[in-house]
Design a protein around this ligand. Sequence first.
Ligand SMILES: Cc1cc2nc3c(=O)[nH]c(=O)nc-3n(C[C@H](O)[C@H](O)[C@H](O)COP(=O)(O)OP(=O)(O)OC[C@H]3O[C@@H](n4cnc5c(N)ncnc54)[C@H](O)[C@@H]3O)c2cc1C
Length: 381
Amino acid sequence: MFSFEISPEQQQLKDLAKKFAAEEIIPVAAQHDRQELFPDVVCRKAWDLGLMNLEVPKEFGGPGLGVLDTILILEELNYGCAGITNALAANGLAATPLLLAGTDAQQRRYLGQLANEFTFAAFCATEPGAGSDVAGLSSTYRQVGDEFVLNGVKHFISNGTVASWYVVFATRDKNLRHKGISAFVLPADLPGIRTTRMKDKLGQRAADTAEIVFEDVTVPRSALLGEEGQGFRIAMQTFDRSRPEIGAIAIGISQRALDEAAKYAMVRQQFGQPIGNFQAIQFMLADMAIDIEAMRLLTYKAAWMIDRGASSSIVSSYAKAFGGDAAVRITTDAVQVFGGYGYMRDYPVEKLMRDAKLLQIYEGTSQIQRVVIARDLLKQR
Ligand SMILES: Cc1cc2nc3c(=O)[nH]c(=O)nc-3n(C[C@H](O)[C@H](O)[C@H](O)COP(=O)(O)OP(=O)(O)OC[C@H]3O[C@@H](n4cnc5c(N)ncnc54)[C@H](O)[C@@H]3O)c2cc1C
């Protein structure tokens, strides 16, 4: 037995996020995109309203929401702007390893900081030489007495220049691949850490994306997350939990693209009638609606499984891969419905297309999701 109804509390959260997107995000989205402005003012307002750090447990001062609640909120915020929402939601990716493997002291300190102070955190796995192949990362750590010393370069890190703490993945011996990797949680202002914002992205341009250099960064043993050698597992379990959230971003961007395209189709006249009268346009809109409904079902199912403590890895990959690929199709078709005007920055759909492309890349590319799915399929034979 299952129900497609959301609770009155979830509806309230959705309404709050929808209102926030309409009043605080949409009016400033184009400017943030063009000027690559980091949205600290918008994030501050979101933090004040409780729209950041959604899954931080109540005992540390957070709202303690579930993954499905988070998805309902993210869908609405991303309807406004995926770049701005990336900035205010990336704390969730950094918080997840702590939720999964943090000690009480680590959770109290770092998750408590997110809940009680307006601040950011970042999840640092990707390196210039290791993206899809997380087990091939080459940032190192070595033990010196009771401390660890970290060296290496991370890049493409969301909120990297604004974060006050990081979760960092490093290896004690690259030859050990996934078995050598450990995860650490550490303040961002330690000596030896340097950050640079990586500018001029195609889309989600309001978001902060950074290169971070770690040069002989010394941390106490208490910075270790989980046991030594568990870092790879922590990273993968984090992605199992976070990938449905990419599905939610896809829903938000795609719903906006459909709404904009449908509205335009009813007002744009060609051959003496609205273009929405042409079956070619109607079918594009209908295909968008079908894809959006399918992404909702996959994404909600993955979130529902996680909230019940079920193993969600494959369904999370379905939601991420389908959502990312469909969002690129939908936003490209929205540009098509707008014709030449869609190609111009005066209309919102070209931004949606640029923002959507990232969904096929981060947190495991669309190809990597298929690798995960196919490996599971073949394992069962
Ligand atoms: C804006 C932005 C924000 C990001 N935020 C973060 C963040 O906060 N933290 C973080 O750690 N990372 C972050 N990333 C990094 C992101 O997760 C990686 O870019 C992504 O995992 C892909 O890695 P890569 O760019 O090195 O591409 P590569 O791994 O080099 O992939 C290149 C191509 O090869 C394909 N490919 C690779 N291996 C295989 C295979 N086995 N089978 C089939 N195809 C394959 C890929 O699908 C892709 O098409 C971010 C990236 C961007 C662009």
